[in-house]
Design a protein around this ligand. Sequence first.
Ligand code: SF4
Length: 864
Amino acid sequence: MTTTRTTCPYCGVGCGVSATVTGARSVEIKGDAAHPANGGRLCSKGTHLGETVGLGGRLLTPKMYGEEASWDATLDAVAKGFADTIAEHGPDSVAFYVSGQLLTEDYYVANKLMKGFIGSSNIDTNSRLCMASAVAAHNRAFGEDVVPCNYEDLEAADLIVLVGSNTAWCHPIVWQRIEAARAARGTKLVVVDPRRTETAEGADLHLAIRPDGDIALFNGLLAAMRDRGLVDEDYLAAHVDVPEGFWEQIGAANVAEQSGVSPEALAQFIELFAAHPRTVTLFSQGANQSVCGTDKGNAIVNLHLATGRIGKAGMGPFSITGQPNAMGGREVGGLASMLAVHMGFSAEERDRCQRFWDSPTMVQGPGMKAVDMFRAVHDGRIKAIWIMATNPAVSMPDAGFVREALEKCPLVVVSDVMASTDTAAYAHIHLPALAWAEKDGTVTNSERMISRQRRFFDAPGEARADWDIIADVGRRMGHARAFAWPNAAAVFREYCAQTAFENNGARKLDLSAWAELSDADYDALKPMRWGGPSPFADKRFTTPSGRARMMAVQPPAAPVADPAYPFRLNTSRYRDHWHTMTRTALSPRLSQHRREPLVEVHPQDAAALGIEDGGLARVTTAQGEAVFRVALSEGQRPGELCVPMHWTDQISAGGRANRLPNQNADPVSGQPGFKNSAAAIEPVTPEWTGFLVTRDQPALHDIAYWTLVRQRSGWLTELAGFGEPDIAALLPPGARIEAIDAVRGARRYAVLGEDGRLAAALFLTRSGKLPPRDWIAGQLDAEDAAHGPALLAGRPAQLPPDRGAIICVCFDVGMKTILHAIADQNLTSVEAVGSALNAGTNCGSCRPAIKSLLQEQRETVSAA
Ligand code: SF4
């Protein structure tokens, strides 16, 4: 058994992972104790990576027009398709849509091919959807996309302000570091978020702002600091350009009203901020995914520049990225709005880049950002697109429009690890890429830490590394010398050399120290952070003047009310799922925390509309509609809804959230505003509901609502519909037992396979209750499985207690089990719950939820 040190492929925290291979495709996963980002900790997603490395569903051979083909024929077709399109329609008629899942080496090769050899900047990345506004804010304020902080600053801070970040769910190891700092030194925590999330539950102060109320809030806070004499005038005079009339323009009137927080809460925030100079303001997708996301970023940066809270330990504005290598893509230049290695498109920069690459066809200016790129595909300006490691048919806003665009596009090439994705359905050419466990390269996390991702499984089938596939196409397009790297290490050296080329201190991104690494040194590379712990400690910014820039940003106008769409719709992410679930849905454990996509509704709104907790509801916008399970939540502001972005057509009918937002984007960054759409909601009352457990993945057609959840030994499908369900289509062949209750309209079926074991069970009802799913799903692999009347009764002779929704996926502990233990054993702390039930004692991702349950119980007791 060998152990490989690699990096988690999910979020931008960038945790180190120790992977010990235990079989052909099995691996034991642990946190890498030596990695500075996580010190051995992993969240639930990282902990269960081992459940996602099988070969089920993988694409293992290239395909052209649905037929398997050789790499030679396929890559010839890609190269010819792109070359012919460019020859006939020019370089801007083609595009690459890439991903924060790619490694830095992949990004580098794709960027070089598009900008230096095709001669277009039409390469953009799904990171555009994630943090492009933070990039734009950094560029405006600092002259370069530099993140000023690192994770140790969170431990040195006295006050942490989280803006638009459900850190406990989306960056759980950063959250654990924050919690540890709070326990050790009493760090204060303020959470700015319209929703009372598990993160907000644990804060000293939660500011439930109205959507896009951030700019008013931070402008107001800055004005208050000035009124109190807390602006660092010396720092401003020496190091920051403040535009003429700045203080008049930011305005500070009506802050509470414009931001949506109460005057009392605002006053508390001002007191906390004034009292704690060592402040880190961490912001994430909730701030960035907005039509004014860049201004939000600058409102936060303004505050830190004006108070001199930057460039010192424990302070600074800290944008945290969603994806594992969003930062690597930004560094390389994988955004259409950047050239390469933090350079823009000035004549001098283009010339420098062209000489470094020795390229024949240098791009002239920025290209199309993601939303515009798919608009151009839709209207025929782009005629060939290569999509790598991402699923825009699900993840883009107004995703139905993206599907129409791909349907019309003459050439769609998709590189992916999975055979069936919503986007792959539109591919003319489908290329098998290596997955996480098979890839070699580097990623950069949110704190500028570059870490190695190392392979521990051999390449399966004919899958190849993304950089290698792109380089091969570059050679076939006539650029043999420029795309001739022997390995990923050689690509990395060239990238590092480019950051250093004629840099002379003009850009903080300078990796010259690694430009001569040997292959062996690259293999052994330890995590390293560029820019040092605090890149602005020298008080020098990479603007032409060397001074930072404050930006006079204004709150946006309130959206025009539309009676047809009276709600504001937010989109969010779940603790145990990642993006479009192509990997996390492979894990039975990760699939238990949230089995269905939920629309969270305030009880007051639900009551007014006849929407019931646990029922179904249709959310509609001008772009489309989707159906979700209802979860009533006091944590929602009245008049606002929230749905998760993860579900796809592969695992649900109609649960895709990103078909709902419109294409409006931030005018500076091009980042779409996913989190504030006009929407309507109405109850859906199906004629029947039910569920199906099956050993094999079922085929599901013409059913109004279904969601598919992987179980330890099969699948669980939630169902609802109208008319007569087609039982024969739902059940696999085999000996069938049935029980019909005509009075309640209940029908129950069990199917035995040829081996005599349970192959499927279907429970349907028109008016009654359905039995608990867990016991029935467990019969698929139970030693003494119930098959007959006991199964159709939906319960064993000895009914096990109902555990409720699973909170701790590591130890399979449900909410009701925890609540009972708290009440019966008088448990008062997360540690006590851990001792009693094990819950929360492994990865720790469920600790915030346990804390909330303890609080809930305390409130229940005191109310009684
Ligand atoms: Fe992976 Fe979780 Fe660490 Fe993010 S916090 S890198 S998902 S283990």
